[in-house]
Every structure is written in C-alpha cells, then in structure tokens.
Design a protein around this ligand. Structure first.
Ligand code: CAA
Length: 267
C-alpha cells in the first residue's frame, strides 16, 4: 500500500504514490464499489494530480472487497437517489452532454502517454466498472473475475469510454455479442479474448500487479513514454505516418540524451 495515502471518503476513493507507482483504490466495498458522480469527478481530479507528478510512471486502479466494481450506483435511478449526490441537469437541458463528458474525464486520463495504467480486477466488473478496467492500458484479472457490459440490459448504452477499447481488443462481432447479451465473461475467456494480460489466483493479484509495475518501470523512463506514444498512435496511422513518427521520436530521444550526457551514444 502506498505510504502517502490520500483519503477521499466522500468520493469512495483513496490514492497515493510510492516510488514511481500511483495507486488509486475504489473504497466502497459495502456497495461493491458502485460508482457515483462524485466518484467519477474524484477520479478525474486525482488523475490531474497524478499526471502533474512527473515522477509517476505506472498507475494501478484497484478496489477493496469482493468485487472490483458493481457499476453505477443503481440508486441514481430511483426517486430517492443517492444521499449527497446531485442529479445534474435534466435530460432536455443543453448541458446534459457536458455533464457526461465530465464523468468521462475520470476515465480518459488513464490512457495518457506519461503513464501506463493497470487495472487489478477481482470479482465482478460490471457496466461502469468494466469500462474502468477497459480504460486502463493493461488488465490483470483474478481467476474469480467476471466482466459484464450490463448497460443494454438496463436500457442504456456504455457511455464511459468503454466501447472503443472493447472493439479494439475483442473485435466488433464479439463486442456486439458481449454487449447485447450483457453476459458475464469469466477470467479464462477474458484472457482468450485479450481482455486480460494475466489471470492469476485471487490471492496473488496484488503481488502480480506489483511485480508488473516493477517490470514496467525497469526501462528508461523517457524511452518508455515515447514508445507508449508510438504504440498508441499506431492503429490510426498509415505505415508511412508511423515510420515518420518513429524517426521523429528517435531523433528527439537521441537529442535529449546528447544534451543530458554530452554526447554519449545510445547503448
Ligand atoms: N448500486 C448500488 N448498490 C449496489 C450495487 C449497485 N450497482 N451493487 C451492489 N450494491 C449493494 C447491494 O444493494 C448490497 O447492499 P445491502 O448490503 O445494503 O443489501 C451490497 O451492495 C452488496 O451487494 P450483494 O449482496 O448483491 O453482493 P454480491 O457480492 O452478492 O453481488 C454483484 C455483487 C454481482 C455486483 C451484485 O451486487 C450486482 O449485481 N449488483 C448490481 C450490478 C449492476 O447492475 N450495476 C449496473 C451496471 S450498468 C452501469 O454501470 C451503467 C452506467 O455506467 C451508465
């Protein structure tokens, strides 16, 4: 656990940085880490602070309790709502889309080129929770994990940035099948569908993620960030554009190395 944990009890979050690894923990286990607007805004705010820390290279998203995340707090859909949560603008309000965009900010920062994000998933990851795992660059699943895009079963669409990574990872046909059946995909199937980099016994989840974080930070920081940026851009680029981007990135790295070391060649 990071030494300098910051508590955000109202948002159901805590976070901290140790060495170059930031850990963000969903901390409402009594509600299976169900998410509220305050939690989504909290994630965005914490993300801003983490990205402002140039020393952070890896971000781990984890959670307390038996489930990674049970998705949106379903009480948001009841007349009573969730105590302390405002309902935001009405459906016909022109600000409605902007409202959702603010929630999406809690997810978007996890793709930033300055960091590598890892979701550590035990138990259920449902709806908004599955999308949180999809927002991360890498996923390590406990063997008891179950992934479910529940939204269509509730008359909704997944709107927290999950549809693009899902299609990119499993392909459009499987994404359609998974979402429109709203079925739960178990850990082994998730591994076969490339939704998990690793599946480990539940008791080993924390240790495996810590090892992976260490492995990811064993390479040169500037080279790692530049390489992630290249890999992130590759799918949208033509081969020629990508080759050009590689040349630019290499020259930038070498220039900075020369400036830092007085002409030491790459080794
Ligand atoms: N919202 C609010 N409370 C929730 C919740 C949720 N999504 N999920 C669980 N809880 C609460 C339960 O009501 C229960 O509270 P009480 O102890 O007061 O009764 C407590 O958490 C424990 O829940 P369970 O006893 O059900 O725990 P379990 O371990 O047996 O099951 C579970 C866990 C499979 C996640 C189950 O709770 C469940 O199916 N939850 C609902 C999941 C769901 O449908 N989420 C919506 C996804 S769609 C979405 O997220 C939309 C979007 O982004 C826009």
């Amino acid at each position: 656990m990071p030494a300098d944990e910051n508590l955000r009890p109202a948002a159901g979050l805590r976070w901290g940085v140790q060495d170059c690894v930031a850990t963000v923990t969903l901390n409402r286990p009594e509600r299976r880490n169900a998410m509220t607007p305050t939690m989504w805004r909290g994630l965005a705010e914490i993300g801003g602070k983490i990205l402002a820390d140039a020393g952070v290279r890896v971000v781990v998203i984890r959670s307390e309790g038996p489930s990674f995340c049970a998705g949106i707090d379903l009480r948001m859909f009841t007349p009573e709502g969730v105590p302390g949560e405002d309902r935001g603008p009405g459906l016909d309000d022109p600000g409605f889309g902007e409202h959702i965009r603010a929630y999406q900010e809690g997810y978007l920062w996890l793709r930033d080129d300055r960091i590598v994000s890892i979701a550590a998933v035990q138990g259920h990851a449902i709806g908004a929770g599955f999308q949180l795992a999809l927002a991360c660059d890498l996923r390590v699943l406990a063997d008891n994990a179950g992934l479910c895009m529940k939204e269509p079963a509730l008359g909704l669409v997944p709107d927290l940035t999950g549809t693009k990574p899902l299609v990119e990872l499993v392909g459009r046909p499987r994404a359609i099948e998974m979402c429109l059946t709203a079925r739960t995909v178990g850990a082994q199937e998730a591994r076969e569908l490339r939704l998990a980099e690793y599946v480990v016994p539940a008791a080993d989840l924390g240790a495996r993620v810590a090892d992976l974080a260490r492995e990811l930070t064993s390479t040169d920081a500037a080279a790692a960030r530049a390489t992630k940026a290249l890999l992130a851009a590759a799918a949208a680029n033509t081969l020629e554009q990508q080759a050009a981007a590689e040349r630019v990135a290499q020259a930038t790295l070498l220039r900075s190395m020369r400036g830092d070391t007085g002409g030491r060649p790459p080794g």
